[in-house]
Design a protein around this ligand. Structure first.
Ligand SMILES: NC(=O)c1ccc[n+]([C@@H]2O[C@H](COP(=O)([O-])OP(=O)(O)OC[C@H]3O[C@@H](n4cnc5c(N)ncnc54)[C@H](OP(=O)(O)O)[C@@H]3O)[C@@H](O)[C@H]2O)c1
Length: 247
């Protein structure tokens, strides 16, 4: 069993919940962050029932005070933070000519500013501890262009290059920063797409594996980067997409 502590954002549902469950099953004490207390409490109850340790801290990652409160609470509860998983994220699908600036900002506030605020807070603890790991959940859309997804693609491209930059900064105090770039994985974020049979058939045609990924597959890669990967692995983005970006 590990005595490590991980903060996971967007941990109440979807990929964040799978990541938190996986880390808890590996013996990591998890701090669950997200806006919906109801989802967080239910996630924490599930982890506790399975024999793990979890605390729920309602958090809006776009809000600097809320993020400060998250890390202060994590540090008070456990006296340390070893891992941050920046998973909270949103998407939007609007052609760029119709995309208003409020919607653009909403995507960047969550996917980029939120990741920056949490990374900065974790980094202050990691610099003192002279160790720590961040795993940023980017997207294969951060490596590819997709019509209608300019704000999301640009925000996830920013996640990938932020990862490289912070990794280069933090190597001097022994902290690693990597990213995962998932392709399609079944969660709420793509529920509408999955309900559209014709659209799903077109999407699956683009994926050599001819299926979507499972949240547990992504959680497995995040767990590896957060706990098991060698310290020499930093600044990288691991793509998990059934081959979508390889063709
Ligand atoms: N599923 C996929 O196919 C896929 C593919 C590539 C990348 N991703 C990325 O994976 C991550 C998780 O996505 P998902 O598929 O699990 O989506 P999801 O089911 O829609 O979950 C999104 C999570 O982010 C949280 N969140 C959103 N805004 C937040 C905010 N301001 N503060 C705190 N938490 C916030 C949500 O919780 P609350 O609403 O309670 O705040 C929720 O837990 C995202 O970064 C997404 O871009 C997903």
């Amino acid at each position: 069993m590990s005595n490590k502590v991980a903060v996971v954002t967007g941990a109440g549902r979807g990929l964040g919940l799978a990541i938190a469950d996986d880390l808890a099953a590996r013996g990591v004490r998890v701090v669950l962050a997200g806006r919906s207390s109801e989802h967080l409490e239910s996630a924490a109850a599930g982890i506790t029932a399975a024999g793990g340790t979890a605390v729920a801290v309602p958090t809006d990652v776009t809000d600097a005070d809320s993020v400060t409160h998250l890390f202060a609470t994590a540090n008070e509860a456990f006296g340390r933070v070893d891992v941050l998983v920046n998973n909270a994220g949103i998407t939007t699908q609007v052609n760029v000519v119709d995309l208003d600036e409020t919607e653009w900002d909403r995507v960047f506030d969550t996917n980029v500013r939120g990741m920056f605020l949490c990374t900065r807070a974790a980094g202050r603890l990691f610099a003192e501890a002279r160790s720590g790991r961040v795993v940023n959940v980017a997207s294969v859309f951060g490596l590819l262009g997709r019509p209608g997804f300019s704000a999301y693609c640009a925000s996830k491209g920013a996640v990938i290059n932020f990862t490289r930059s912070v990794a280069s900064e933090w190597s001097r105090f022994g902290a690693q920063v990597n990213a995962v770039a998932p392709g399609y994985i079944s969660t709420d974020i793509n529920a509408a797409m999955r309900a559209d049979e014709a659209l799903m058939a077109r999407v699956l045609q683009r994926i050599p594996a001819r299926r979507m990924g499972e949240p547990a597959e992504l959680a497995n890669v995040v767990g590896y980067l957060a706990l098991d990967a060698p310290d020499f692995l930093t600044g990288q983005t691991v793509v998990l997409d059934g081959g979508e970006s390889s063709v």
